[in-house]
Design a protein around this ligand. Structure first.
Ligand code: BGC
Length: 804
C-alpha cells in the first residue's frame, strides 16, 4: 500500500460492487464506476455512468397511488470492451482460473489499473493489462487501454468494443419495484470502421446524450490484419475486431470515448460534438499525459502533507484521506463551475439517494472554500437558480420567503420520497424526512462561510443576500408566537436526527422546538440583519424594494432572534426537541447483544413493529451539530442573546448525554462527534475519526457504499485535518488559528486560498509558519489566541504556541 494507491490483490465477487464505487473515475462532468470493462450488470458487477445533474422522472403505481421519483440516470455503458476466442463465450472472470490479479486505483494520476493473468478451460494462459481514465482536463473524454498477451497459445481472437444504452437504473435493490427504464433510443451507427456512435434520450426530461468511441488495435506496435463485424441496434452499437494473435504478442486495444449532451455549452448538436471530440482527441498516451498534468495541478492545491514522528509502514490514514479528497474532486471539479449542478450526497458514483442534493453541502463546502472557492460559488448558484421553486414551496405550505427542499434535483422541487422501503421488513413506510427544514439554515451558513473566505461582495449582493433574506423570511413566518411564554416556537419539523419523525403514537408528523433548528433559525435572522448592514447601499435598497422588506418585518426578525424558544431538561441538557425527556431510555446493550450492528436501529425497530420515535435514541448528531458549526464563544453569545444559560460545562454535559444515545446510523455522525470531542477527549475523538475514515472503504454500513460513496463524511474527515487540527476559522476580517495536532504528527503542511491570497501553512508541535505567496498586494490579518498579526505578500509569519 502507498498513500496514493488503493490496491486489491484478489478478485472477490462479493466485494466487487463496493470496489466499483470506490474505484469510480470522474471529472465533475461525468463519472463511471470502476466496473470491469467486460462486465455487464449482474449479481457481481454494476457498471454505471452518470452525468452530473443528469436526472429523469418516472412514475410508478404503489399502494394504489402513483408516486414519482426523480433519478440520476444510468447512462449508456461506454466501458464495454471484451474478447473471446473463436466461437467461445465472451470473457468472464468467473469462467477462468485466475492466476494473478491486481487492481490499483492510482489516485495521484487518476488512473485505474487492472492486471489479470488467467488460464481458461483449454489450458490457454493469457495476461491482460488495463488502464482507464476519465479525463480531468477535457471533461467530455475518457479512455481505456487494454493490452492482451497470449502466453502459450496462438489463434483467432474477437474483440468487442461497444456503447450499450440498454441499461436501466438497477443499482439499488430497494428501488427494484420502481420503474427504471429512463432511456429511449435516438440513433446508433458506425461512421467508419473504427468509430461507433450512439445517441439516446431520457424519456421525461428529454435530455439527449451522445457517445462516440474510436477503437484501434495494434500488435507489438504494428498494424494488424483485422476483420471487422458490426452490430448496430436501436440502443446499442458495437464494433467487432477479429485478429490472429500469436504467442508472446502484445495486442493493444485503445478505446477513446466522448460523452456529450444536449445541455452542453458551446455545442451545436450533441452527436456531432461527440464526434468532434473523439476525432480531435489524441491517442491514449497523449490523453494520459494531459490528464496526469491536470491531476498534478489539482493535488498541488488540495493535498495535505504530513510528517509523522514514527511513520507507520502502511499509512492507511494517509491513503484514505487521499481517497476521500480524490472522490470530492471527481464529484466537484473545476468543470463544475460551468455547470448548473449541486453536490450530491452520494457523489456521481451510484444511484443511492438518486443523486439528490441534501444539507450535506454543509460538510463539503468548508473544504472547497479554502481551496477553490469558485467551485462553491457555482454550487451556491445552483441554489440561487431554484429560489423561485423554494418560494413556491413556502407559499404552498402557508409560509413566506423561500423554503428549500430537503432533497433537491433538477429544478429544485422537493424530491424526498413519500414512502420508503424497509428492506428488513419488506414494508413501504411513510417518509417524513422532508420536514427537515433545517436545510435552509445550512444554505445560509454556506453563503456566510463562502463570503467570509472570499469577501465576494458581488456574489453576496446579487445572489447570496437574496437567498439569505428569503430564508430569514421563511424562518420568521414558520415561527409562531407563544404569548404565555413570550417565546417563538417552530412546530412540526424534524431535526437532523432522522429517527425521530413524530411524537410516539401521534398521527401528526414532525416535532416541536427542535433545538438545532430553533438556534439555527435565530442565527439566520441575525445574519440576515447583519448582512443588510454590510451590503452596498444601492443593493440593500434595491433588494428591500424587490422583496418588499420593510422596517416592521425587520423588527419581527429582531424580536424572534432574541425570543426563540429552547427546551432544557435535567441538569442543563438542551432537549433535542420539546418532549424528548419523556421518551423511554433505549436498551442499547440488549439490542447490541441481539443484533450486533445496530446502526440502522430504525429498520430494526420497524421490523419489530416498534419505532425509534419512542426512545431516546438518535441516528446522528442533532443538538451536537451546534458545537460542530459554532465555537463556544459564538454559542455563548447566541444563548445570551436568547436569554438562556450557557456556561463552561454546557458543551461537555451535552456531549456526554447525547453521545451515549446515538447509534451513528448516518456516516455524518462520527465526523461530528469526533470533531466536538477533538479538544476534550483526543482518544475518543481519534477513535470516532478512525471509524469515519473506514465508513466507505470498509462499507461499515454493510451495503450502502456499493450504491454510492458518502461524500459528506469523506469531506468531513478531510476537513477535520484542514480545519479541526488547525483550529482555522474565518471570523470577522481575521483568519484565526488554534492548532491542535495529534501527538504523533511532527509536521503538517497545506496550501489554502483566503480572500485572494495563497497561503502556505506549516504546523509543527511548538509553532506554526504562514507564508503569503505572491498573489495579492493587501495585507491579511492572522489571529492566534486573541492576538492579531499582519502578514504582507511574500512574507512569512512565525507564531510560537503558548501553553494554556
Ligand atoms: C442522513 C442525512 C443525510 C442523508 C444524505 C441520511 O442518512 O441522515 O443527514 O443528509 O443521509 O447523506
Amino acid at each position: 500500500m502507498t498513500v496514493w494507491s488503493l490496491i486489491y490483490n484478489k478478485f472477490d465477487p462479493e466485494q466487487e460492487k463496493l470496489r466499483e464505487a470506490l474505484c469510480t473515475l470522474g471529472n465533475g462532468y461525468f463519472a463511471a464506476r470502476g466496473a470491469a470493462s467486460e462486465a455487464q450488470s449482474d449479481d457481481t458487477h454494476y457498471p454505471g455512468t452518470y452525468l452530473a445533474g443528469g436526472y429523469n422522472r418516472l412514475q410508478t403505481e404503489m399502494q394504489d397511488r402513483f408516486i414519482e421519483n426523480e433519478d440520476l440516470v444510468n447512462l449508456p455503458n461506454w466501458l464495454s470492451l471484451s474478447f473471446r476466442y473463436a466461437d467461445q463465450d465472451w470473457f468472464h472472470l468467473k469462467n477462468v482460473e485466475i492466476l494473478e490479479y491486481r487492481q490499483e486505483l492510482d489516485m495521484k494520476r487518476g488512473i485505474l489499473h487492472r492486471n489479470v493473468r488467467f488460464r481458461d478451460s483449454q489450458g490457454k494462459r493469457t495476461r491482460i493489462k488495463e488502464q482507464r481514465l476519465v479525463h480531468m482536463a477535457q471533461p467530455h473524454l475518457a479512455a481505456l487501454r487494454l493490452v492482451f498477451s497470449p502466453e502459450n497459445w496462438s489463434g483467432e481472437v474477437e474483440f468487442r468494443s461497444a456503447l450499450d444504452g440498454r441499461v436501466i437504473n438497477g443499482g439499488v435493490d430497494r428501488y427494484r419495484d420502481l420503474n427504471n427504464v429512463h432511456l429511449e433510443p435516438v440513433e446508433s451507427d458506425m461512421p467508419d470502421a473504427e468509430t461507433i456512435r450512439l445517441k439516446v434520450r431520457t424519456n421525461q426530461s428529454r435530455l439527449e446524450i451522445a457517445q462516440a468511441a474510436r477503437t484501434t488495435l495494434c500488435g507489438n506496435g504494428e498494424p494488424l490484419d483485422i476483420r471487422h463485424e458490426n452490430v448496430v441496434e436501436p440502443k446499442y452499437v458495437a464494433g467487432h475486431f477479429l485478429v490472429q494473435v500469436g504467442k508472446g504478442m502484445d495486442i493493444r486495444v485503445e478505446k477513446i470515448v466522448s460523452l456529450t449532451t444536449s445541455r452542453d455549452k458551446a455545442s451545436s448538436e450533441c452527436r456531432l460534438e461527440a464526434m468532434n471530440h473523439v476525432r480531435s482527441a489524441g491517442d491514449f498516451e497523449s490523453l494520459r499525459n494531459s490528464h496526469i498534468l491536470a491531476w498534478k495541478h489539482l493535488w498541488r492545491r488540495f493535498d495535505i502533507d504530513f510528517e509523522e514522528k514514527n511513520p507507520p509502514i502502511e499509512d492507511r490514514t494517509g491513503m484514505i484521506l487521499h481517497l476521500h479528497t480524490f472522490h470530492l474532486l471527481q464529484t466537484t471539479s473545476l468543470h463544475t463551475m460551468d455547470l448548473d449542478v449541486g453536490v450530491p450526497s452520494r457523489g456521481w458514483h451510484g444511484e443511492a439517494y438518486r443523486g439528490h442534493i441534501f444539507w450535506d453541502e454543509l460538510f463539503i463546502f468548508p473544504f472547497l472554500n479554502l481551496r477553490v472557492p469558485e467551485i462553491t460559488r457555482s454550487l451556491l448558484m445552483y441554489r440561487y437558480r431554484r429560489i423561485d421553486q423554494a418560494r413556491a414551496a413556502a407559499a404552498e405550505a402557508g409560509y413566506r420567503g423561500a423554503m428549500y427542499p430537503w432533497q433537491s434535483g433538477s429544478n429544485g422541487r422537493e424530491e424526498s420520497q413519500r414512502l420508503h422501503l424497509n428492506p428488513k421488513s419488506g414494508r413501504w413506510i411513510p417518509d417524513h424526512s422532508r420536514r427537515q427544514r433545517h436545510v435552509n439554515a445550512a444554505i445560509v451558513y454556506n453563503i456566510r462561510d463562502y463570503y467570509q473566505a472570499t469577501q465576494d461582495m458581488e456574489f453576496l449582493s446579487f445572489h447570496g443576500a437574496e437567498m439569505v433574506l428569503e430564508i430569514a423570511r421563511f424562518w420568521s413566518s414558520i415561527a409562531t408566537y407563544n404569548s404565555t411564554m413570550d417565546r417563538y416556537e417552530i412546530l412540526g419539523v424534524m431535526g437532523p436526527d432522522e429517527y425521530h419523525e413524530a411524537y410516539p403514537d401521534s398521527d401528526a408528523p414532525g416535532l416541536h422546538n427542535n433545538a438545532y433548528t430553533n438556534v439555527m433559525a435565530a442565527w439566520v435572522l441575525n445574519e440576515a440583519l447583519e448582512m443588510l448592514e454590510v451590503l452596498p447601499e444601492d443593493r440593500r435598497k434595491e433588494l428591500c424594494e424587490k422583496l418588499a422588506l420593510g422596517e416592521e418585518e425587520l423588527k419581527r426578525w429582531r424580536h424572534i432572534s432574541r425570543r426563540m424558544r429552547l427546551v432544557f431538561h435535567g441538569d442543563g441538557i438542551i432537549s433535542q426537541f420539546e418532549g424528548y425527556d419523556a421518551l423511554q431510555e433505549f436498551d442499547w446493550e440488549g439490542y447490541r447483544e441481539k443484533y450486533g450492528d445496530i446502526q440502522r436501529l430504525d429498520r430494526i425497530l420497524e421490523s419489530e413493529d416498534d419505532s425509534p420515535d419512542h426512545y431516546k435514541a438518535s441516528k446522528q448528531a442533532d443538538v451536537l451539530m451546534l458545537f460542530y458549526l459554532f465555537s463556544a464563544d459564538e454559542l455563548r453569545e447566541l444563548f445570551q442573546q436568547l436569554d438562556y444559560p450557557f456556561d463552561d460545562e454546557t458543551i461537555q454535559k451535552n456531549i456526554d448525554y447525547y453521545i451515549q444515545r446515538t447509534s451513528h446510523g448516518s456516516t455524518l455522525s462520527q465526523v461530528v462527534h469526533s470533531w466536538v470531542l477533538l479538544r476534550r477527549n483526543r482518544d475518543h475523538s481519534w477513535k470516532l475519526f478512525s471509524e469515519a475514515l473506514e465508513s466507505d472503504i470498509s462499507d461499515v454500513q454493510g451495503g450502502t457504499t456499493p450504491e454510492g460513496i458518502h461524500l459528506g463524511a469523506m469531506a468531513g474527515t478531510v476537513n477535520m485535518i484542514q480545519v479541526g487540527y488547525t483550529g482555522l476559522e474565518t471570523r470577522g476580517d481575521v483568519l484565526w488559528f488554534d492548532p491542535c495536532l495529534p501527538s504523533d504528527l511532527a509536521r503538517m503542511e497545506m496550501h489554502i486560498h483566503y480572500r485572494g491570497h495563497n497561503l502556505r501553512i506549516e504546523i509543527f508541535p511548538q509553532y506554526m509558519k504562514i507564508t503569503a505567496c505572491r498573489a495579492r498586494k493587501n495585507v491579511i490579518k492572522i489571529g492566534y489566541k486573541g492576538t492579531i498579526h499582519e502578514l504582507d505578500e511574500g512574507k512569512t509569519l512565525e507564531i510560537a504556541f503558548r501553553r494554556q
